[in-house]
Design a protein around this ligand. Structure first.
Ligand code: CIR
Length: 253
């Protein structure tokens, strides 16, 4: 498996903010934390690709929002924030080496952070970034069942719910109605921003900032990372990578 990542932009202090007040981001620390995150991915056996940052796009490190990668194709998004639309080209150039590409087109807007793929179903957050037109396009492009989930009070669907094991989801029910996920074991967060976890095989990558929720994951193989600086830009652990199954025969490096 590959993890496609993008360097932290030196301009990250000009990032989009929706639910947080601006606080200064220490760029050097953000870069160091991001590097540790990449090293953790590499230690799990992933080939890690790094795309250079583009200073014109302060949020470019949050690469998850630019694409949705399925086994059979990659969907290039049309991010909801106009300032982020120029992030997609560099990512598309890399993903094209591994997968056929399709694109979300206007009037649809879609952030990858709103897309939670659970086996054959695709759940899509209806948020300030993602609209109904994106759901319709995803249905046509993938031929899969695509289910809209209204999101309130947080940025993306995956701020509110992510998968942590074969049968369990970590959820903040203040931000979504969990009814569409009733067939899953639901683990409720203890801290509001604690529902964003990144599952890679049987390992869960998880921010060190949420000890009370972390304690509820003690039965899992959890590796913690300090994402403190990127969290000030409203980023979490899923948003800093795109996971790609490399069936193309191309080398990752
Ligand atoms: C934004 O507002 O777009 C960025 N500051 C944060 C994006 C985080 N993306 C994600 O969690 N998927």
């Amino acid at each position: 498996m590959l993890a496609v990542t993008r360097d932290v932009a030196p301009s990250i202090n000009s990032c989009e903010l929706t639910h947080l007040e601006p606080e200064p981001i220490d760029v050097e620390r953000a870069v160091a934390q991001h590097e540790k995150y990449r090293r953790l991915l590499a230690s799990l056996g992933l080939d890690v690709i790094s795309i250079p940052a583009d200073a014109r796009h302060p949020d470019c490190v949050f690469i998850e929002d630019t694409a949705v990668v399925l086994d059979e194709l990659a969907i290039i998004t049309r991010p909801g924030a106009a300032s982020r639309r120029g992030e997609t080209d560099a990512v598309a150039n890399v993903l094209a080496k591994f997968h056929p590409l399709v694109r979300i087109e206007p009037p649809a807007t879609l952030d990858g952070g709103d897309v939670l793929v659970l086996d054959d179903r695709i759940y899509v957050g209806l948020s300030q970034r993602t609209n109904e037109a994106a759901i319709a396009q995803l249905r046509t492009l993938t031929g899969r069942e695509v289910i809209g989930v209204p999101v309130r009070g947080c940025l993306h669907l995956k701020s509110a719910i992510t998968r942590v094991s074969r049968d369990a989801l970590l959820v903040n029910r203040d931000w979504i109605d969990a009814a569409p996920f009733r067939d899953w074991t639901l683990i409720d967060v203890e801290e509001p921003f604690a529902a964003n976890a990144l599952r890679i095989g049987e390992v869960v990558i998880y921010p060190s900032a949420f000890p009370r929720t972390l304690a509820k994951l003690a039965h899992l193989d959890v590796r913690t990372v300090d994402m403190g600086e990127l969290a000030r830009a409203e980023g979490g652990v899923t948003c800093c990578s795109l996971l790609v199954y490399n069936n193309s025969g191309h080398s990752a490096k």
